[in-house]
Design a protein around this ligand. Structure first.
Ligand SMILES: [Zn+2]
Length: 365
């Protein structure tokens, strides 16, 4: 398998996966916790491109319970978030919001039900439907994510290292090797997750009040998926976006670029002090969202034109030119440029082409 197809495979299976090579690197599921405002905490795995990609977790300690937004990509991550919450308060987690259906936002959910049996698991109806559909079709693929991929990656690295003309640069090789080194810990996580589903679906807005604290759960339209929810804390001006915003390079799988750009405009117009993206560093300004929105608009308009000209998918994707945007995401870094191509340009090109032909771009049909 070529490097590109392996990373795509990992991301598609996991939709869940910095170069941190070395035996002394912290384990890949270790988050740091930061209090952004009184009682509002961010759990962040510092290296956002490290495999498996690991979403940011936000939790809010209210007067009568704790609200969690995206509670962890895997059971161990969820357990660590719960452990952190219990170290801070005796209050239970009353609500867990799942931003969207991708598995890196889902596989830790059962741990909240285990720890807090009364917890309300909130998601958009589309998210509930897609979680069920995905797990019905790919449950075993998910469980085999590491056992299927780590040996292939190890063999690929070995072959490349022994080649007279290696094609994998040192940074990318270290990135892959880190995943192989972490595989024992990770395999147990994927192998043994317990499926869990939202028990409260909302197609609109939901206001939660906990003492003097307001917590708004909002559906602002199609973003990274048609079922995205965001969490807005108006007093603290903290916005958790889910994967509508992913930094430093976005994920394009199954995306609807035109509607996604419109939703980004709504987010960018909100008067936030902190934007917590689905993955990556917290933002304090809308600059990155505006760049992503402009990029998505370009994807949509280019693909609409290419399909009108009768291009097939391969020709249209070859013609898709995002070079003027890409450098703004990657700063010219070759490793990030490769991730941008694999995680954004390639999948969003496919999705936009399907949409321009009137088809559903969702990766699970
Ligand atoms: Zn994600």
């Amino acid at each position: 398998m070529k490097p590109n197809s392996i990373t795509r495979c990992l991301l598609l299976l996991v939709l869940s996966i910095s170069v941190h090579a070395g035996a002394d690197a912290p384990d890949p599921l270790l988050q740091t916790f930061t209090e952004l405002a009184p009682g509002v905490w961010l759990g962040n795995r510092p290296d956002s491109t490290r495999l498996p990609v690991t979403p940011n977790t936000t939790f809010v300690i209210g007067a009568d319970g704790v609200v969690v937004f995206d509670g962890g990509n895997l059971p161990l991550v969820a357990d660590r978030v719960i452990e952190k919450i219990r170290a801070l308060t005796d209050l239970p987690v009353t609500h867990l919001i799942i931003s969207h259906w991708h598995m890196d936002h889902v596989l830790g959910v059962s741990r909240y039900l285990h720890a807090f049996p009364q917890v309300q698991i909130i998601a958009h109806p589309y998210t509930r439907e897609l979680i069920a559909r995905y797990l019905a079709q790919h449950d075993q693929d998910m469980r085999n994510t590491v056992s299927d991929n780590a040996p292939e990656i190890a063999a690929m690295l070995e072959k490349d290292a022994q080649s007279t003309k290696p094609v994998i640069d040192a940074k990318t090789a270290a990135w892959y090797q880190q995943f192989v080194d972490d595989s024992e810990l990770l395999e147990a996580q994927y192998r043994n997750f317990v499926p869990a589903y939202p028990n409260l679906v909302i197609d609109g807005n939901l206001s939660l009040f906990s003492g003097g604290r307001d917590i708004l759960v909002q559906s602002l339209g199609t973003g990274n998926t048609p079922g995205d929810l965001v969490m807005w804390l108006p007093q603290e001006k903290i916005l958790a976006s889910g994967d509508i915003v992913v930094w430093p390079v976005p994920y394009g799988h199954g995306g609807h670029p035109k509607e996604w750009a419109q939703t980004l405009r709504k987010l960018a117009a909100m008067d936030f002090a902190w934007l917590i993206p689905g993955h990556g560093d917290v933002q304090t300004k809308p600059v990155y969202m505006e760049l992503l929105g402009a990029t998505l608009e370009s994807v949509s308009s280019q693909m609409t034109l290419f399909v009108a000209q009768g291009m097939d998918q391969a020709a249209a994707k070859t013609a898709l030119d995002l070079s003027s945007f890409e450098a703004q995401f990657t700063g010219g870094d070759a490793f990030l440029a490769a991730r941008f191509d694999e995680w954004f340009t390639d999948p969003i090109g496919t999705a936009a082409w399907l949409i321009a032909r009137g088809q559903d771009p969702e990766i699970v049909q």
